[in-house]
Design a protein around this ligand. Structure first.
Ligand SMILES: *[C@@H]1O[C@H](CO)[C@@H](O)[C@H](O)[C@H]1NC(C)=O
Ligand SMILES: *[C@@H]1O[C@H](CO)[C@@H](O)[C@H](O)[C@H]1NC(C)=O
Ligand SMILES: *[C@@H]1O[C@H](CO)[C@@H](O)[C@H](O)[C@H]1NC(C)=O
Ligand SMILES: *[C@@H]1O[C@H](CO)[C@@H](O)[C@H](O)[C@H]1NC(C)=O
Ligand SMILES: *[C@@H]1O[C@H](CO)[C@@H](O)[C@H](O)[C@H]1NC(C)=O
Length: 385
């Protein structure tokens, strides 16, 4: 590992400006690790490396985070978490205290001890921080076009966790250990009878694209639509899917067809929701409309079908008809389950909702290490003066 030129210059400048060029303050190796912690990782390997270094420097120091706003998070995601006896998160290499405390419930003592306050979507923050290094974090997976206020326009936050790869804690909608996708059995197309409907769609609200596309596709092949948009099929068709939770019910129904229309609300870089990711866990092939760069982070180039690859809906319909008649060709879209995942996908899987809480604690620990180290470099030099 080597220092980058930029950081070297910064450190030399600090020494020069204090007239102390000759005595380096730290072992070069340590400065080198701190540099590693400052540089933004560019790929999966580098993210893991960053997290490893954070774990090493953080030792067993706790990171305390209070969630002051985020009702859906409280109902859905918080409940899945497991904690150890000392109240820290299980399955995290950083001892992480992670609690829901609205501002109203947050005591003065807790506020003083908090390393960070985290808000989901809307800000709910005290006027001032309790201490200098305390961090305010915003978490949102809502697209910019749908919820501009979720994207920290007013720069109230120190740390942002969004689906955007450039955010401080990029977070994908993947909600499980993706290694489990490997053991999912591909949909058995031999079960289909001659005229069976072989593609499904579920959306609760209309968008311009959904409205025209589904109608056009229906002109060529039947689409089983269960949501509010062009609903033509009743959930009751599958009694075994009844009495399941919201996402489980959807997924149960989706698993009844060899293809699913993964049509996002909007097309934004990096914006991919459970409409795509959950499908891989169902043995079904997604047919995609969404982020312009989706292709770059699929588990494998041949794990999905892109609507944009076809000149029109008729060509797409014909290709899908061909696939359900040719098992070998259909199964080619499942071969990725036995292959190595792409590096970009590994990153999406690692930086995801599934690992979100621990990734937040790591980020807060990282900034604490840097704040303290940088403060030390200056104060050590000052003592030598
Ligand atoms: C990750 O990025 C680093 C730096 O650009 C590069 O050296 C390394 O080969 C990359 N690793 C992978 C697996 O792409
Ligand atoms: C918040 O901080 C600002 C600037 O540091 C200060 O002027 C203000 O009095 C503080 N307000 C409260 C409520 O502590
Ligand atoms: C399939 O549809 C065609 C055309 O609508 C019809 O003639 C045929 O009887 C159907 N076959 C079955 C097995 O339902
Ligand atoms: C992602 O974040 C970067 C940096 O803040 C910004 O320039 C870019 O526009 C964002 N992308 C989207 C799609 O919001
Ligand atoms: C079925 O798919 C396989 C694999 O893509 C291909 O080699 C074969 O020619 C196809 N068969 C027919 C009848 O189209």
């Amino acid at each position: 590992m080597t220092l980058t030129e930029g950081n070297c210059a910064l450190i030399i400048f600090t020494f020069l400006s204090l007239g102390k060029v000759e005595t380096p303050v730290y072992e070069p190796i340590k400065v080198d690790y701190i540099t590693k912690l400052i540089e933004k990782p560019t790929n999966f390997t580098e993210w893991k490396q960053r997290h490893h270094i954070i774990g090493y420097f953080n030792k067993n120091r706790k990171v305390r985070i209070y969630i002051t706003a985020g009702s859906w998070y409280a109902y859905q995601d918080f409940l899945k978490l497991k904690f150890k006896h000392d109240e820290t998160l299980a399955n995290c290499d950083i001892p992480c205290i992670w609690k829901i405390k609205t501002l109203k419930d947050l005591t003065y003592k807790e506020f003083k001890k908090a390393d960070a306050l985290l808000c989901v979507n809307q800000p709910s923050l005290p006027k001032n921080k309790s201490w200098n290094g305390q961090k305010f974090i915003q978490y949102t997976l809502e697209p910019m076009t749908h919820c501009p206020k979720c994207h920290d326009k007013n720069k109230l936050f120190d740390i942002r966790a969004t689906y955007n790869e450039s955010s401080d804690i990029p977070t994908s909608y993947i909600r499980m250990d993706t290694e489990k996708w490997r053991i999912k059995t591909p949909f058995n197309i031999k079960k289909l009878s001659q005229n069976s409907t072989f593609i499904s769609f579920i959306a609760s609200h209309w968008t311009k694209f959904r409205g025209t596309f589904i109608k056009n596709l229906q002109a060529h092949i039947p689409v089983a639509s269960f949501g509010g948009v062009y609903r033509n099929t009743n959930w009751d068709l599958y009694p075994e899917c009844k009495n399941l939770g919201f996402f489980e019910l959807k997924n149960c129904v989706i698993s009844k067809y060899p293809f699913y229309l993964s049509i996002e609300n909007s097309q934004e870089e990096d914006y991919t929701t459970e409409k795509l990711w959950d499908v891989f866990n169902l043995g079904v092939v997604p047919v995609i409309w969404g982020a312009p760069n989706t292709r770059s982070y699929l588990p494998h180039p041949k794990s999905a079908i892109f609507i944009e690859d076809f000149p029109d809906t008729e060509a797409l319909a014909n290709y899908l008809k061909y696939l359900v008649k040719n098992e070998t060709a259909y199964l080619e879209y499942h071969k990725w389950r036995n292959l190595e995942f792409s590096d970009e996908f590994k990153k999406k899987s690692y930086l995801s909702m599934y690992n979100f809480e621990c990734n937040v604690c790591r980020e807060v620990a990282r900034l604490r290490i840097i704040d303290e180290e940088q403060h030390n470099i200056i104060s050590d030099l000052e003592t030598e003066k």
